[in-house]
Ligand binder design. Structure first.
Ligand code: MD3
Ligand code: FE
Length: 226
């Protein structure tokens, strides 16, 4: 195609393939929004930052207070990291495996989380914790509430990378019916306000191969925990 041409030979065929698309917003609940593809323009900054964090704090399978080993691999960065063992769930300044502070939260992570919170209508979100979950095929997260944070008035921002997953978004009680929401590479979800304590989970990850992440899904959740 030359400058003087009026357009491509087959109009429509390649349109929009590598042009950034505006984020489509879906409302999951009164104060929960899916920002489809919001993180796609950030991916080339996010992935090297993620590598740096994981070199210092690799994924590990933690044990729940009930004695079950989680199928999801966990890590954290930021001032506080989430951990579980036989004595309970909590946030800690120290990685129990390295006995060092968790790696700092990369600037690109913090900026993405703040931009997403703002885009979803939550101002003044400053995360001090980023929990990183790694799902291999078969890994799942049972329905639960996130209740270890000090103040439920701050939202939680979640970023999905790699293989697609079916997210379960339930109600205020475990027995409430859940909606199934597909979450894809680059999607960001923001949950706050009246939706902050809703039950949620992730169905077992299906086999697949993602071009950048391989056979896994990585989910980052940004929280104001302390
Ligand atoms: C809805 N992680 O780490 S993020 C978790 O995809 C967790 O790895 C899931 O649930 C994952 O605790 C889902 C989405 C999420 C996070 C917090 C929420 C959904 C939420 C808080 C309230 C309601
Ligand atoms: Fe959760």
């Amino acid at each position: 195609m030359r400058c003087s041409d009026s357009g491509p030979a087959t109009p429509g065929l390649f349109d929009d393939l590598d042009v950034p698309q505006p984020t489509r917003v879906e409302n999951l609940g009164p104060q929960s929004r899916v920002l489809r593809g919001f993180a796609l323009p950030w991916i080339e900054r996010l992935l090297p930052a993620l590598e740096t964090v994981l070199a210092e704090a690799p994924f590990r399978h933690m044990v729940t207070p009930g004695g079950f080993t989680m199928s999801v691999g966990l890590s954290s960065c930021g001032q506080l990291g989430w951990t579980t063992d036989r004595s309970g769930y909590r946030y800690s300044r120290i990685d129990p495996q390295s006995r060092q502070p968790w790696p700092p939260m990369p600037e690109a992570f913090r900026q993405l989380a703040e931009a997403a919170a703002q885009a979803a209508g939550f101002s003044a979100f400053t995360p001090d914790a980023c929990l990183i979950n790694c799902y291999r095929p078969g890994a799942k997260m049972s329905l639960h509430q996130d209740k270890n944070e000090r103040d439920y008035s701050a939202p939680i921002v979640s970023l999905s990378l790699g293989l697609p997953a079916l997210f379960l978004f339930g109600g205020q009680q475990r027995s409430d019916k859940s909606q199934r929401v597909p979450l894809l590479h680059g999607d960001v979800v923001v949950w706050g306000g009246v939706d902050r304590l809703r039950y949620h989970g992730v169905l077992p990850l299906k086999d697949g191969e993602h071009s950048l992440l391989g056979q896994q899904r990585i989910n980052l959740t940004f929280r104001q925990a302390g």
